[in-house]
Every structure is written in C-alpha cells, then in structure tokens.
Design a protein around this ligand. Structure first.
Ligand SMILES: [Mn+2]
Length: 324
C-alpha cells in the first residue's frame, strides 16, 4: 500500500537523522541473554547498513545501556510485579534518552532488550511528538502477545507483558519509583493502537481488548485476509495524518524464522510477512520511531544468527530498504 503523506513537513520524521538507543535490559522477564541483543544486531552490521546503504546520519552514544547503576538493592514484588523498581528506573531513563533524540526531529530506533522497554521508548516519543506538533502518535504493536496485562491480570508478574497497560493508563501506579513518573503527555490513546500478529493472548487480556474496542489483527485475520489486506485495514484505522511508532517484537515471527526469543509461539508470521509489515509502515511516510525487541541470542545456538538477521531485516525494511 502506498499513500502520500499528508502531514505538514514539521510533523514528519527526519529522512536523514537517526537516533539509536541500545538497551541491554532484561529485567522485564526472567531469562538472561536478551540484554545481549543490541550488540549482536550491531555486530551483524546494522549501523553500517543504516549509514552506507540507507544514508542515515546515525546519532549513537556507542553504549549498550543496562541501567545496572539504577537497579535498587532491594526490589521486592509489588502488586505481583517482578523487579518493579528496576524496570521503572530503566524505562524512565530510556524515556528521557528517546525524548532527547525525538525532540531534535530525529527518527528514533530503540534496540531491546525485553518489551518492557517500550514503556520508555513510546512515552519519550509521544511526549516529543506532542510538543513538536501537538499530535498523538499511533502505536503499531507487532507481537505474538498483547502485552496489555495489568499487574492484577498478569499470571507471571513479568512486566514485559504489561507495557501497553502502563502506556495507556489502564495500569496506574502513584509511586514515582514504580511508573508513577509516567506523565499523561507520554501516554497513548487506546483508539490509536493497532495490534498485528497476535496468537497467545491471556483471558484477562482478551477481556481488556474487547471492553476497550482495541483494534487487533490476529494470525487468524492474517490467514483469512492475507497480510496485504490486513495492513490496509490496520493503516486505514490509523489514518494517513498520524505519526506512527512501530514496536516490533521478534516473537511475532514464527519460531521457524526467529527461534531465539524468550516466549516463542508457533503459528506466527513468516519472515517475508514481517518485512512486509515494516515496508508498509515505512511507505506511509509517517513512521517516527521503531523498537526491535526480544531477540535473545543466548537461547539457541544455531537459531541465534538467524534471529539476529531477521531482526536487522525488519529494521532495514522499516527504514526504507526495498526489494527493487
Ligand atoms: Mn512483546
């Protein structure tokens, strides 16, 4: 699908300036190794591809941020959440980093890390976009999971299953050390979220999606309509005049293509469908930020390189790489 961008130039993301934030953070879930993803993606040639093939000027501080210095010594569960203070502190710091790039008008690429980091990346982008052009971002969430559990509906207590709940205000916490720092100007409207690729959604999450009328395209929808029609519908819901933040969990892809991830679920997207989603979002001309999360190079020996390659391919497609 190609649609001419109708945003005013000042709304548009930069075609040349890109802020890269590498987040080696794994505290939103229980498996080690997802913190090694940014370095694996970079070592596979990501920055070279962004600069020499896609002509971006990359602003990168050269560090993989683990936020270990922000991790409190004592971090007992709160409302069932595991590592709540560590995840809160890390995402708060990330939010400020992402905001600093976005307010300069740069496209922001955030490499995770587990998906809890989207609390930081999305809120930072949203705040900057609102300040720059008075608009809300639309959030395209490509994932096997809806990640919209509240602390109370979550069975695991892992915060990487909750970022959308915090970002939309469905989950709230007054305590500044546990997401109370998340201000209204960083939050996302439930009507501006579109899910693609869902296939492992908890009962409580299904209820939340239904009750709030959240737009979601599951693998069932993709099987029925094909990915082309689904992208037309998904982007049609957002409209052609809205800045878009794409948060791409590599577990949206079928484990055949991306096995090295913490919570793989069979029956997912092909590699080509994943790339196609990224290409379609790029073609809108309205993409302002991208997260690529949940690559865990330590979980598989043979599948790790394949998963890293898949991640880099999605990033390139979202940033304008084309087949021809
Ligand atoms: Mn996710």
């Amino acid at each position: 699908m190609t649609s001419a961008p109708t945003l005013q130039p000042r709304f548009l993301p930069s075609r040349t300036e890109l802020g890269l934030v590498a987040v080696g953070f794994s505290g939103g879930q229980c498996k080690d190794g997802v913190d090694a993803a940014p370095m694996a993606l970079i070592e596979a040639g990501l920055i070279t591809q962004l600069t020499s093939e896609l002509d971006f000027n990359v602003h990168y501080d050269g560090q993989v941020h683990s936020y270990a210095d922000l991790r409190p010594e004592h971090d007992p569960p709160h409302r069932g959440m595991k590592n709540p203070r560590a995840v809160s502190a890390a995402t708060q710091a990330l939010s400020a980093q992402v905001y600093a790039h976005a307010k300069e008008g740069r496209f922001v690429l955030t490499l995770g890390g587990d998906h809890s980091i989207a609390i930081g990346s999305v809120s930072g982008v949203q705040k900057a976009v609102r300040e720059r052009c008075g608009r809300d971002v639309a959030l395209v969430w490509v994932d096997a999971h809806a990640d919209i559990n509240t602390p109370e509906s979550s069975g695991s207590g892992n915060i990487h299953g909750m970022p959308v709940a915090f970002l939309t205000g469905l989950a709230r916490e007054e305590d500044k050390s546990m997401f109370g720092w998340l201000e209204e100007e960083g939050k996302v409207n439930l009507r501006k979220i579109v899910y693609i690729g869902l296939r492992d959604v908890d009962r409580g999450e299904k209820k939340i999606l239904r009750e709030h009328g959240i737009r979601a395209f599951s693998m069932h929808d993709i099987d029925r309509h094909g990915i082309g029609k689904v992208m037309d519908m998904a982007l049609g819901w957002i409209g052609s005049d809205t800045p878009i933040h794409l948060s791409f969990d590599v577990d949206a892809l079928d484990p055949m293509w991306a096995p090295s991830t913490g919570t793989p679920v069979r029956g997912g997207l092909t590699l080509r469908e994943g790339d196609f989603i990224a290409e379609c979002v790029h073609e809108t001309g309205n993409l302002v930020a991208l997260d690529l999360v949940e690559v865990n190079p330590s979980l598989e020996i043979t599948g790790a390189q394949e998963t890293v390659r898949a991640g880099n391919s999605i990033i390139r497609c979202a940033l304008g790489d084309t087949l021809l």
